[in-house]
Design a binder for this molecule. Structure first.
Ligand code: ZN
Length: 250
């Protein structure tokens, strides 16, 4: 968990002034190649269409193979082309340390499949949690912190993480390194194996800003000894401060 001293320093220095911690601007940032951009955009829009077809909740746990099948089945989407699959594989199997991301690889294979029997849909959230420790932790959190808190992102399959990561890369005009500062590359998310995010009910996007660290809910979360924070201030993973991301202890 965030040390109290660090938290106070952060709260006083950064959040109250509305300034987020600045990521290092490196000349060595890795970008998508110019000739990959069109292909990248096509993948992104196909993923978006797949989400529309299967629904937001189901898209969270859809596998790579299932996504390929759906694209093929729907004429309005169209099967993924060879170059699109190759680019998805290239990004998935990339060594993230080259992007400045130092977290562990959590998934070895792009075809990794979430076992649906192990997943549980959490009512009213559109998100899923793994049965066992993650689900138990979540229920305990609601009891200890209160129902002003809710699940804002649970299990993310490789496809879901790919979609979120690509969305960030798109916004950053192909800068893979910078995108990796705010979202784990597709093979490196702990959401795929157990972690989850929480936020205040009706707080929307603000839940995914450092302002969450100033809420009473966060203050209470900090005192729970059965969970931890995956990406604290100045963490060694090369990831921004994410007070909302619950590290499930195993
Ligand atoms: Zn998260």
């Amino acid at each position: 968990m965030l040390k109290r001293r660090d938290f106070l320093k952060f709260a006083a220095g950064s959040v109250l002034l509305g300034v987020l911690p600045k990521e290092a601007e490196a000349n060595s940032d890795i970008y998508l190649q110019n000739d990959e951009m069109a292909c990248f955009d096509k993948i992104y829009s196909k993923l978006k269409s797949i989400q529309r077809v299967v629904g937001y909740g189901n898209f969270n746990i859809i596998s790579f193979d299932e996504a390929l099948k759906i694209a093929k089945r729907y004429k309005s989407i169209g099967a993924f082309r060879k170059d699109e699959i190759a680019l998805m594989e290239k990004i998935f199997y990339m060594d993230a340390t080259k992007l400045g991301f130092y977290g562990a690889r959590t998934v070895d294979n792009i075809t990794y499949n979430i076992n649906k029997k192990e997943a549980l849909k959490i009512k009213g959230t559109g998100h899923w949690l793994f049965k066992g420790k993650p689900k138990e932790d979540y229920e305990r959190i609601l009891k200890d912190v209160g129902h002003s808190l809710k699940l804002t992102s649970g299990i993310r399959s490789v496809i879901k993480q790919t979609y979120l990561y690509y969305g960030k890369v798109k916004k950053l005009k192909g800068n893979l390194s910078k995108a990796s500062f705010s979202i784990a590359p597709p093979a490196y998310s702990y959401h795929t194996i157990r972690d989850f995010d929480v936020g205040r009910v009706d707080w929307g996007y603000s839940n995914f800003t450092a302002r969450f660290a100033l809420t009473k809910e966060f203050h209470r979360l900090r005192h729970l000894d059965y969970i931890s924070m995956r990406y604290g201030l100045h963490n060694r993973y090369g990831v921004r401060f994410e007070p909302w991301h619950i590290k499930v202890l195993v």
